[in-house]
Design a protein around this ligand. Structure first.
Ligand code: DC
Length: 222
């Protein structure tokens, strides 16, 4: 039987960086499920389809093919109709479209089996919003990773500036708050801590401490 670790939490809590490092250390495969919603969002943008519930999105879903693979460094690659879109889905616009499109029930249903199948094959750390509550309700360990909106916006701002993007802190903070609201107020699979998840708040601690904390929680609970 493979082991599954579910890490959920709001945007910018450091889930991907922390989960990636913890997975490497533990020899698990890291799966970033947000990339899947981002890819469906990108497909909608390209097809000029509004990210709202309805026939257009459903038709789009019936036409596209989304796959997750890994390169030889073990990094996740997401393919949209066989095209590697892993980098294209990382812009602030793609984040906002992903947040909107992820509220559509047919989109969530479309991505559910893909996520579950990934966890059947290998030991995984899977991060997202509803992994512990919906995708893998029987996960061996569930962690809810969070930090204040300001701390999360500050981190994302630095990250994007380092990548050479022209962004403002206030815009990022607004985006973080809007996405928090969207992600936790949608009707289907909203962002919320599973009853049996361990809470990890990283507002006051740095990256290495956060990674150590997550590894400690995983070891203690698995
Ligand atoms: O983790 P992320 O920021 O890359 O996710 C992008 C969007 O996808 C986010 O606003 C919420 C959505 N999402 C989701 O609804 N469920 C998941 N399991 C992962 C992401």
């Amino acid at each position: 039987m493979s082991i599954a670790i579910a890490i959920d939490g709001p945007a910018g809590a450091g889930k991907s960086t922390i989960s990636k490092s913890a997975a490497k250390k533990l020899g698990f495969i890291y799966i970033d499920t947000g990339a899947l919603y981002r890819t469906v969002g990108l497909a909608a943008t390209r097809a000029n389809v509004e990210p709202v519930e309805g026939k257009e999105v459903d038709e789009l879903l019936s036409k596209i093919n989304v796959e997750l693979t890994f390169n030889d460094k073990g990094e996740q690659i997401v393919l949209l109709d066989k095209e590697d879109v892993s980098r294209l889905i990382r812009t602030p616009e793609a984040s906002m479209t992903a947040s909107k499109i992820s509220a559509i029930p047919s989109v969530r249903a479309y991505l559910l089996d893909l996520q579950r199948n990934m966890a059947k094959k290998d030991n995984v750390i899977m991060d997202g919003r509803d992994i512990g509550t919906v995708v893998l309700p029987n996960a061996d360990v569930k962690i809810f990773l969070t930090a204040t909106p300001e701390a999360r916006a500050e981190r994302r701002y630095k990250e994007l500036i380092e990548k050479g993007m022209d962004v403002k802190y206030e815009d990022i903070l607004n985006d973080v708050k809007t996405r928090d609201y969207n992600d936790s107020h949608r009707e289907i699979a909203p962002l919320k801590q599973a009853d049996d998840a361990v809470l990890a708040d990283t507002t006051e601690i740095g990256l290495q401490e956060s990674i150590d904390l997550i590894i400690k929680i995983i070891k203690e609970h698995s």
